[in-house]
Design a protein around this ligand. Structure first.
Ligand code: ATP
Ligand code: MG
Ligand code: MG
Ligand code: MG
Length: 476
């Protein structure tokens, strides 16, 4: 099954169970300052769970575009290192707003995965986890579904605090949350990894495909859990992970959707080996970057714009490593629109704009990337031990526009680390110098603006310039 067919099958299955199909919302959460990006299907329904918003339906199903590159759920560092993590992915989800609860959620999930009419996955390949004290969910899996006890794992409060474990899902530090039950697929003994809850669970053998959350609580900023108006259900299954299962491949990067992107990235960077790690990173990053720009984010030095800038620059550096010194990243938008444009027409509509924004960032970083790499290589040649001095990382950031995580990415490839404390210290010293040199100036940092790398690169967007002018005039 192609990923597009799996997406359709999922929506149809839950539609046949009385769910209303709701389109994906933007990556920029509406009216939610607590959240950087939409990181799950439930985000657009947050207020419905809380009882603050009513919809004409009590059951919904969606395929939601998600980005996990900052905040509570951050997978940026995982990309290129695991078979299952992306910065951008699609989350298939079914939702009950005070309608069905544990039993139906579990029975639906099992039917969709294993029924001959739907995905027809052999039940023996599936493992499940439940929240440690959730006997109700345990019994449904064992007695009603018939999963043998040796493939049902209770995940406890392993971090000490009651609800800090992996089987208690939360969107962020505050908001809707609850215990969950997760379904894993065993990719086979020839792949390294152990079952969930074991020390080797982070390997690529047992891959988590679907999380079913029993939404019961709202966590307020004081950390207290309050009951939601009605017990509800929120689920999420990664489209790329279930596609890998259905296409009998063991890595998300081998599914249909990624093949086209990898081929385009190989061509754009003049690389033959499509299993190259840098190509995978580039193929991942073009999706998050293009969708973020399409949803209205532009590269900048603060907040969402800075996350976007960091992802773009990471991708450019990987291209550079493959020998491509000229702007190439923006050319991949075409391939992306080819594979995802049908499901997301806005990608086709906004293509020229996305290409322009990415190209501009490429041209800007091109001016300093090579010089920065030279500075880094010189420092590495002199390096004794395995820790890159904080001052080097700071200079790369301050003078050459290398976000810290980009330098970290390079360090990790070479089995080195960065002295983060030294980096912070250099950053503080620079702030103090700037303050001493211009006590009369406005402190942009205090206003949430960080221009620490802007001096010669001229990053300021029009919006930022507008904010500065307002600040200088004494306005907000
Ligand atoms: P993992 O433990 O593998 O990091 P998770 O527990 O953080 O996943 P959830 O928050 O439970 O993930 O999200 C629900 C589902 O979304 C997961 O079961 C998985 O199928 C998918 N998913 C989560 N993060 C990613 C990602 N970074 N890339 C692709 N799919 C993802
Ligand atoms: Mg995760
Ligand atoms: Mg998990
Ligand atoms: Mg999970």
């Amino acid at each position: 099954m192609k990923s597009a067919e799996i997406r359709d099958a999922y929506l149809k299955f839950f539609e046949s169970k009385g769910h209303t199909i709701v389109p994906s919302s933007s990556l920029i959460p509406g009216n939610d300052p607590t959240l950087l990006f939409t990181n799950a299907g439930m985000v657009q329904f947050k207020d419905v769970f809380l009882g603050a918003d009513k919809r004409p339906y009590t059951r919904a199903v969606s395929s939601q575009r998600c980005v996990r590159a900052g905040g509570k759920h951050n997978d940026l560092e995982n990309v290129g290192y695991t078979a299952r993590h992306h910065t951008f992915f699609e989350m298939l989800g079914n939702f009950s707003f005070g309608d069905y609860f544990k039993r139906d959620a579990i029975l639906y999930a099992w039917e969709f995965l294993t029924s001959k009419d739907w995905l027809n996955i052999p039940g023996e390949k599936l493992w499940v986890t439940v929240y440690a004290s959730d006997d109700e969910a345990y019994d449904i899996w064992q007695k009603e579904v018939g999963v043998p006890a040796d493939r049902i794992i209770r995940i406890g409060d392993n971090k000490g605090a009651p609800y800090a474990s992996d089987n208690f899902w939360a969107m962020g530090d505050t908001g809707p949350c609850g215990p969950c039950t997760e379904i894993f697929y065993d990719h086979g003994a020839d792949i390294w990894g152990g079952p969930p809850g074991s020390p080797e669970e982070d390997g690529d053998r047992y891959i988590e495909i679907w999380n079913n959350v029993f939404m019961q609580f709202n966590r307020t900023p004081d950390g207290v859990l309050h009951n939601l108006p009605a017990p509800s259900v929120d689920t999420g299954m990664g489209l790329e992970r279930i596609s890998a299962v259905m296409q009998h491949v063991h890595s998300n990067y081998e599914i249909d959707l990624f093949q086209h992107l990898l081929a385009a990235a190989a061509e754009a960077t003049g690389t033959q080996d499509t299993e190259n790690k840098s190509l995978r990173v580039i193929a991942d990053h073009i999706r998050s970057c293009a969708f973020l720009v399409s949803d209205g984010v532009t590269p900048s030095n603060e907040g969402r714009g800075y996350v976007l800038r960091r992802i773009i620059r990471r991708a450019i550096r990987h291209g550079n490593q493959l020998g491509q010194k000229k702007p190439f990243f923006h050319t991949l938008v075409k391939a992306l629109a080819e594979v995802m444009g049908e499901a997301y027409p806005e990608l086709v509509k906004n293509r020229a704009h996305i290409e322009r924004v990415l190209l501009q960032e490429e041209e800007q970083f091109e001016k300093t990337l090579d010089k920065g790499m030279l500075v880094l290589e010189e420092a590495l040649a002199k390096l004794q031990g395995k820790v890159i001095p904080g001052q080097v990382a700071f200079t790369l950031h301050d003078t050459y526009g290398f976000p810290l995580d980009l330098t970290n990415d390079i360090a990790r490839e070479r089995d080195l680390t960065i002295d983060n404390e030294g980096y912070e210290k250099a950053m503080d010293e620079q702030r103090n110098r700037a303050r001493a040199a211009g006590a009369f100036k406005v402190d942009y940092t205090a206003a949430g603006l960080d221009f620490s790398a802007t001096e010669f690169l001229g990053y300021n967007s029009l919006a930022e310039t507008g904010k500065i002018i307002a600040l200088l005039k004494g306005g907000a």
